[in-house]
Write a new protein. Structure first.
Length: 245
């Protein structure tokens, strides 16, 4: 009996350690740099992107964060907000393909933002806010490659992009999804509007059909009531004449 109990205890211990290992691995894997919100409409204007940087090291602090903005699909009108303890350096680059806007042609755009001077300790994270004037409307997503430097000199490169249908890489870059562009009236895309119109038409047709069915039913019921009324009247007349005869 004691040997049986010992075996059960050992099995329980192994299972607990295995579970703890899986949970720890999942925690580490999920603690990567991300961008919030995760999606914006194509061509969106006057918004804010928040880059969340967690500290993964137990014995070192994050002391430098570098975010690289794409220049093939540039983000226009970038501004950084003052961050307590951090100093932001904004780098602009010449665009290979200038972007035409209502305010003129844009030839330069922000390509890198570097935050230094602050510290993100173990078990902590920091949010870095970046305002933009306009997002591109010719891409489905934007990848913001990021370098995270620790006080011990270690640099984590969050630069890997996830291939379609593949698992998430070990060090994924923050990715912003760009969804279907909204119309000027604030409605969804033409396809969505068409679908809504079709749905409304179906609803109207169903309502009309239901009304017609109801009207027919009431008409038939009226006829039945009328026939019953005539039959009752005829029966009353016949009955009233019977005693006289």
């Amino acid at each position: 009996m004691s040997a049986h109990r010992t075996a059960l205890r050992r099995a329980g211990t192994v299972a607990a350690l295995a579970t703890a290992g899986v949970l720890a691995a999942a925690g580490v894997a999920s603690a990567h740099v991300t961008v919030h919100p995760g999606s914006y409409a194509k061509g969106a204007t006057d918004g804010v992107l928040t880059f969340r940087v967690p500290n993964e090291e137990d014995k070192a602090a994050t002391t430098k964060v570098q975010v690289y903005l794409p220049t093939d699909h540039p983000v226009l009108g970038v501004l950084v907000t003052p961050q307590n303890g951090w100093t932001a350096k904004v780098t602009t680059s010449k665009l290979k393909t200038p972007v035409k806007t209502d305010d003129g042609t844009i030839t330069d755009a922000v390509s890198q933002i570097t935050w230094t001077g602050g510290r993100i300790g173990a078990g902590q994270y920091e949010d870095f806010n970046v305002a933009f004037g306009q997002l591109p409307d010719d891409a489905d997503q934007l990848a913001f490659k990021t370098l995270q430097t620790y006080s011990d000199g270690n640099v984590v490169r969050w630069i890997e992009e996830t291939a379609a249908g593949a698992d998430e890489p070990e060090n994924p870059a923050p990715v912003l999804k760009l969804t279907a562009k909204e119309s000027e009236g604030g409605d969804a895309t033409p396809a969505a509007s068409a679908a809504a119109t079709a749905g409304s038409a179906k609803s109207t047709t169903a309502s009309s059909s239901s009304s017609d069915s109801t009207a027919r039913g009431l008409g038939i019921a009226g006829l039945i009531v009328g026939v019953l009324g005539l039959a009752a009247g005829a029966f009353a007349v016949v009955r009233s004449r019977s005693p006289r005869s």
